[in-house]
Design a protein. Structure first.
Length: 54
């Protein structure tokens, strides 16, 4: 699964929408500035609750 790439200016404009998409799809997004990757937005995985004694 390759991450999507988005320019920083476009990320700034659509930040909340992109974050919601990452949350729903689980696919990371790489943010670039002048075609150079500068950040990666990834979803946080929920920790599984352990049953007592397992």
């Amino acid at each position: 699964m390759s991450p999507n790439t988005i320019p920083a200016g476009q990320f700034k404009t659509h930040c909340l929408q992109i974050m919601e998409t990452v949350k729903k799809t689980g696919r990371p997004v790489i943010i670039t500035k002048r075609n150079v990757p500068i950040a990666k937005l990834t979803p946080i995985k929920k920790k599984k609750k352990r049953a007592l004694g397992s």
